[in-house]
Write a protein that binds this ligand. Sequence first.
Ligand code: ADP
Ligand code: MG
Length: 388
Amino acid sequence: MDNLLTNKMRGAFARWLGGAPAIMAHAPGRIEVLGNHTDYNEGFVLSAAIDCGTVMAVRPIDGKECRLMALDISEEARFSAAAPDQAQTPSWANYVRGVYANMLARGGRPRAFAAAFLGTIPLGAGLSSSAALEMSAALALARLLEMKIDPLEMAKIGQAAEHDYAGVKCGLLDQISSLFGREGMLVRSDFRTLEVRHEPLGAGAVFLIANTAVKHRLVESAYNERREKCEEAARYFASVLPHPVRALRDVSWDEWREWAPRMDPCAARRAAHIVGENTRVIAGSAMLERGDLEGFGRLMFESHESSRTQFENSCPELDTLVAAARTLPGVYGARLSGGGFGGSVVALVSAAAADAAAARLRAAYEQVYGHPCDTRPVRPSAGAALLG
Ligand code: ADP
Ligand code: MG
């Protein structure tokens, strides 16, 4: 976490309210590295907190109203400290309001506060600026309200804010990654048990994010269709396998191979992606423990190929970047990161080759689409924490 951001916050807070904040918290964004659409299938994901994030600064104030200040866009919002109902606008305020409202619902005593935040995560780029906003707010407000909340509960508070206040039906991956990040490590989450472990990346590699800034239409309905097909496939396996199947997590490759020819072909392809991704996360974790980045990178390419052909959640822009990445020296692997249908590609690159690879990715994108994509290197970083 860089001091620049903290100093910038101190200065901006003083200009806004005068004086210093009482509490400051930082929460990072995240990348999904392996394990795509596995969270709602009770499977495994490898992700990482990254070295850009959001800082939240809070001070109790007199009166009945809370004040919120989004410093990056110089917009202020106010709401009742006792009844923080959902607001329509400004929409960014709903993330903080939702976190605070959830804390009151869990027995927190209302307390008027002023909170300001700023950050370095590009918004809407698939790096989870929303979870960073929620988790920085959750840490700071738990301290303000003197509540002891364990990290998994905190993640659920952020998820509830997304569901009920921002209208986004997300899983827990973003919040867990932001909270449990560790420098130089990937976060491996099990979405059945909510158990979290860490796997080492090693110092010689970084991730490159290449953001297409594309958001294809019908993303929401396509996402829901994928969820339904996965559930349909799980029900089929539950009806034919001798052991209990609660989710596609419970299906092995051998079982898939035996039964897929008898299934609805679309459900079979969707299931192949999930079973494959779970297998790749487990294999990839072992590779990281051995320091086998080449092997791990191959799994990332396989993951993208499976998205492209089986889950059909890629798009030409993402495919262009991954195809270009395959030809670049120093690139171990690349795949789409997150929901798909647009958004960002994440590439694993040797640190020495990162700048050159980023330039080549931008050029490859420009050649097809007439303008370059955004690229940025990110490193696995520490999770959210109170500052000072
Ligand atoms: P992502 O989480 O991938 O960045 P989302 O659409 O889930 O994309 O969340 C982005 C939204 O979060 C923004 O539109 C804004 O409402 C809110 N947000 C996050 N960080 C900030 C910030 N620093 N300043 C203002 N709004 C922010
Ligand atoms: Mg988000």
